[in-house]
Design a protein around this ligand. Structure first.
Ligand code: IMP
Ligand code: MG
Length: 190
């Protein structure tokens, strides 16, 4: 599915708390879209670039995306950087912090920055600045999910998997208070 507003609702309760997860994108839908993204990105960026994933939320997406790049004929290197803006709640703190080291040896490289969700836009905007300061020659950005209603800064990712409304989602690497990352699908937590 490449559509952006058609949501396939399926409910289940996860764990012992009383929260409900309504499935939005199942594993097959995610896999299909990741393949499409990899082809589109390769067509624009070529075969040789560095994927920089933003931890922690992007780790599953990056793992799937780089294997999709392999199928599409690209040979990316992979790095990660750790940025945090959410803390433990469901509202962005509005303040992006760098945790740990930034990737090294990006001088002159083409970089694809990858995040799980483009929400206010602050995380990717800050990441682009950091990677530009590290000397990358060309930077493109990719977010698996996009919540356009939530944008607070002027920033749009170059590649987006799915546009979603302003709902809090979990699964496929995306957490609520560090839980739910293990779910193989993405769902709306309520
Ligand atoms: P931004 O800086 O506001 O664009 O926020 C991006 C980050 O906020 C993402 O990398 C996510 O970690 C987090 N985030 C935004 N929306 C959600 C959500 O619905 N569930 C979990 N994390 C989210
Ligand atoms: Mg994140």
């Amino acid at each position: 599915m490449t559509g952006h507003d058609q949501l396939d609702i399926e409910s289940q309760t996860e764990g012992s708390d009383d929260r409900t997860i309504h499935q939005l994108f199942g594993a097959d839908t995610l896999a299909e879209r990741v393949d499409e993204l990899a082809s589109a990105i390769r067509a624009e960026m070529g075969d040789d670039f560095v994927v920089v994933g933003i931890l922690t939320g992007s780790f599953i997406f990056v793992a799937d995306l780089i294997r999709a790049f392999d199928r599409a004929g690209a040979r990316p290197q992979v790095e990660f950087m750790r940025l945090a803006s959410y803390g433990l709640g469901t509202e962005s703190s509005g303040d992006v912090q760098v945790l740990g080291n930034l990737p090294k040896n990006l001088g002159g490289k083409r970089v694809l920055l990858v995040d799980d969700i483009q929400d206010t836009g602050r995380t990717l905007a800050v990441a682009v600045r950091l990677i530009a300061d590290a000397g990358a020659s060309d930077i493109k950005t990719c977010a698996l999910l996009d919540k356009p209603e939530r944008r607070a800064v002027y920033f749009e990712a170059d590649f987006v998997g799915f546009r979603i409304p302003d709902v809090f989602v979990v699964g496929y690497g995306i957490d609520f208070a560090e839980g739910y990352r293990h779910l193989p699908y993405i769902g709306h937590l309520s």
